[in-house]
Design a protein around this ligand. Structure first.
Ligand code: ADP
Ligand code: MG
Length: 324
């Protein structure tokens, strides 16, 4: 199969919301009047971001999910995306699974695949996503203020727990492993929550490199610090993963580390003033996404981890860095 047949068969679907999709020199997008375009790009490299054995359907999902997660962190609504793909060979079974996983998530978010590029080479998937957000209302990393509450969505730590099993560092009961593996291989981008937080959250970021690492971007860009209640934070990991810990599969220190420094979570970390607590809960309910208040922004720079009694913990967690 040649390049153009491959594109036609697997990646050319009619654009539903964009004036022009795959097939011309450019695609055309039509953001609504008064909206700004939100643009983000994420690359997935085999062996670096995913295991070569991963189910292609799940990989198609994840490649788009990590990009939609960036739109979510800005409070933007997905419009369209492009796909640049390097493939070692034409493997139709792989292409079929990958494209089905990709389009299943794309359709769930009304996000058109409008173009891309296809070449032979080591497996590499690069998606650029386009969203729209009312002018001036994008959620930024720079708006956190001392006194703001710190929140996180969902169950951070699950993906890192699955990775630990893949690395041979621990073993889990089969049902727990299947659950956390699904969270690692098919993360849920918090797109509805991000949009619901517009006008409420003072800052937001999505968690790809670890909760504390990505929160660090908010703190630096907002010129602030944070106090985190680790007794609340450590229990964010999925409830049946907590049961696995209680059954002795891993320690509470590991559990806290997975939550605070795991990575690959694609949850949202955000801040909002205490006066907005009811509005945050309404946004969470309206988007069917759990959010938990885990700390408070402080004027003094740095991260202070405290236990249930308010005592400072002296722990340091490194954030994921591709070149470190
Ligand atoms: P050009 O040479 O103008 O860059 P190409 O021949 O590379 O165009 O691609 C032909 C058309 O197919 C273009 O509209 C391009 O956007 C689209 N396309 C190429 N690869 C992909 C892909 N992997 N997914 C979606 N669209 C693609
Ligand atoms: Mg091209």
């Amino acid at each position: 199969m040649g390049e153009f047949d491959l594109i036609k068969r697997y990646f050319n679907r009619p654009a539903k919301r964009s004036p022009l999709g795959v097939g011309d020199d450019c695609a055309l997008l039509a953001p609504a009047p008064g909206m700004q375009l939100a643009v983000s790009c994420d690359m997935l490299v085999e062996g670096r971001h995913f295991l070569s054995t991963v189910d292609p359907f799940r990989l198609g999902h994840k490649a788009l999910a990590v990009n939609l997660s960036d739109l979510a962190a800005c409070g933007a609504k997905p419009l369209a995306f492009t796909l640049a793909l390097a493939l070692p060979r034409v493997d139709e079974t792989w292409l079929d699974g990958f494209s089905r996983g990709l389009f299943a998530l794309a359709e769930a978010h009304g996000c058109d695949l409008v173009g891309g590029d296809t070449t032979q080479g080591p497996l590499n998937i690069c998606i650029t996503v386009f969203g729209e957000v009312p002018a001036g209302q994008a959620l930024l990393r720079s708006g956190a203020k001392p006194g703001d509450d710190l929140y996180v969505s969902g169950t951070p730590g699950d993906a890192r727990l699955a990775l630990e099993v893949f690395r041979g560092g621990l073993s889990l009961p089969a049902d727990v492993f299947e659950h956390v593996r699904g969270r690692m291989e098919q993360p849920t981008p918090r797109v509805a929550l991000g949009q619901a937080l517009r006008g409420i959250a003072t800052s937001a970021v999505d968690v790809s490199d670890g909760l504390l690492g990505d929160l660090g971007h908010i703190l630096r860009q907002s010129g602030a610090g944070v106090r985190i209640d680790t007794a609340i934070a450590m229990n964010l990991i999925a409830p049946h993963a907590q049961l696995a810990r209680v059954a002795g599969h891993f320690s509470s220190e590991k559990q806290l580390e997975f939550v605070l420094a795991g990575g690959d979570d694609y949850e949202l970390v955000f801040t909002a003033p205490p006066a907005s607590r009811a509005a945050v809960q309404a946004a969470a309910q309206g988007s069917s996404t759990a959010v938990t208040r885990i700390g408070v922004i402080e004027a003094e720079p740095g991260v202070r981890l405290v236990d249930a009694a308010g005592q400072l913990l002296h722990r340091h967690y490194a954030s994921f860095d591709h070149f470190a």
